[in-house]
Write a protein that binds this ligand. Structure first.
Ligand code: MG
Length: 161
């Protein structure tokens, strides 16, 4: 078994410049006043998960594999990146065993979307949904997440050879 950890945070657009950006978390599109600033679709949960997977495999991080100054990744669906990471693991003789993740957000309320996130991520990881856990918490209005300046995500995974 190999353990990996990932963390990511993205800033919300200011409401004036939000445009029609959609909030995408764990592959789920969520209606919200503002989206997250990012080169990709801003899926902070998938980014943390990718980093945990790459970390467990000793393969660096998501920024090294998919540079945010590379035009081919502009606006990309982060689940495409996740599936590429899983393929890379397969080439190394590794596969995910389970994943546990935490989203940290003051808003929006994420509980109604957790089940669909787990379904999306389990599909990309080729895992039973019981092996893919997603939790959400606020920080009681403390810190940057508490002030709703952005959303953070933590992920830990186990890989098996
Ligand atoms: Mg990111």
């Amino acid at each position: 078994m190999l353990i990996g950890h990932g963390y990511d945070a993205h800033r919300f657009y200011s409401p004036e410049t939000a445009g029609n950006r959609t909030l995408v978390l764990g592959g789920v599109r969520i209606e919200h006043a503002v989206g997250l600033i990012a080169h990709s679709d801003g899926d902070v949960l998938v980014h943390a998960l990718c980093d945990a997977l790459l970390g467990a495999a000793g393969l660096g991080d998501i920024g090294a594999h998919f540079p945010d100054n590379d035009a081919q990744y502009a606006g990309i669906d982060s689940r495409v990146l996740l599936r590429r990471v899983v393929q890379e693991l397969h080439r190394e003789g590794l596969r995910p065993h389970n994943a546990d993740m935490s989203l940290v957000a003051q808003q929006p309320r994420l509980a109604p979307h957790i089940a669909m996130m787990r379904k999306c991520l389990a599909a990309d990881l080729n895992l039973d949904i019981r092996r893919v856990n997603v939790k959400a918490t606020t920080t009681e209005r403390m810190g940057f997440t508490g002030r709703a300046e952005g959303i953070a995500a933590h992920a830990v995974v186990l890989l098996e050879e």
